[in-house]
Design a protein around this ligand. Sequence first.
Ligand code: CS2
Length: 451
Amino acid sequence: MARLTKQSLAGVPAEARPRIETPGLGIVHLGIGAFYRAHQAVYIEDAIAEGGGDWAVAAVAPSSTTIVDALRAQDGLFSVASLSAAGARTRVIASIGTVLHAPSERSTVTDLLADPAIRVVTLTVTEKAYQPGSAMVKLLVDGIRARIAAGAPPLAVVSCDNLPSNGSRLRALVAEAVDLPESVTFPKTTVDRIVPASTAETYALVRNALGVDDLAAVETEPYKQWVIEDAFPGGRPAWDRAGAVLTDDVAPWEQLKLRTLNGVHSTVAYLGALAGYETIADALVMPGLTDVLRRFIADEIAPSFAPPPGVSVMAYGDEVLERFENPAIRHRTIQVAMDGSQKLPYRVLRTVLDLRARGLSPRFGALVVAAWMRFAEGTADDGTQLPLNDPMAAQIQARLAAGDDVVDQLLSLTEIFPESLTSDEEFRSLVREWHRALSTHGVRATVAGVS
Ligand code: CS2
């Protein structure tokens, strides 16, 4: 079967064709994973369709060559299938203008980062890349240095990863190595769309819908959201006309999303994987689980922060649970469970800390921590092995090997657990109780027995 290309596009059903002709470049993006393709790439396409402008993307892969090869063979085109019980809608996206591989084309990337035509840089590089000296930070630093040498035309550098104050965090990492001029800003954003890793089924579904093969296709849910701090000194695509929220204050949205959606996602991932469920949607049928999640949201997540004006955390939480139940999205529990050492602090431990500061008991927060510990131990309730895919896997395994008390051993990982939590005896004993229940009775009985 023919591949998706500019030429084969004529044979693709009209309603699935791109909304735009790819314009000139205006954005460099680092990290071309499935999430990027189903989220920002779509917002950019829609913003160009609504408001015009030279805002096509130079998409840079930090390591993988597979995606580079796939997109190059397709003139940068790829498709996004949004799936729900009501059916699928597939559309081809044309907002990527060129594709680069950072390790082998580094100087092309740094030249582009210095090019005045580029006015926005976006990043989806996952939590673990936000470390001093990471390849991503070095690349940005070199690019921004070159840009300063070229007269520092205005630039906005936009982190689209699930971290609190992502823009400030990225600015701090870059500022360690370079004196940042005022013409370079780091707007904060909150991104949201559930995008599982593509599988053979994704490619088959898209082949059926388009009549051509697309090896860069992604599947996702119909929902998407993007809240962006409006600080773009060199201009930006008309994202507001593409459904994004442009605001002065991203923080309440970020807390809402990280603590509710991501916090609950991780909870379902650990409990679900331990109980033997393959996907998030499958795990939600576990008797008693949605009651536990609703109580976690009502008793602990909602009181831990001030939501955006007019937003009810409970209503948002119910919408999140409905999204997780989408039967057409096969998001694997072990995919969401990966990198727990990087995710738990922002998704769950901040909620726990804020509750403790208010003198409230973090009962369900402790359950998530205990479930993560059981997951890290590597064996599901039915004896199946669970993969510990985590940049701290070696340290976690070393602690588990160092002593019999799993809770004490893992709570002593200071990169994950702040001192105020490890010295909190009430928290420790809550984690210990849940860990004992999960180890002795398993997840299903523990969840069903929550009163
Ligand atoms: C998920 C997120 O994999 C994970 O850890 O919680 O990728 C989640 O699907 C997105 O943040 C949704 O916007």
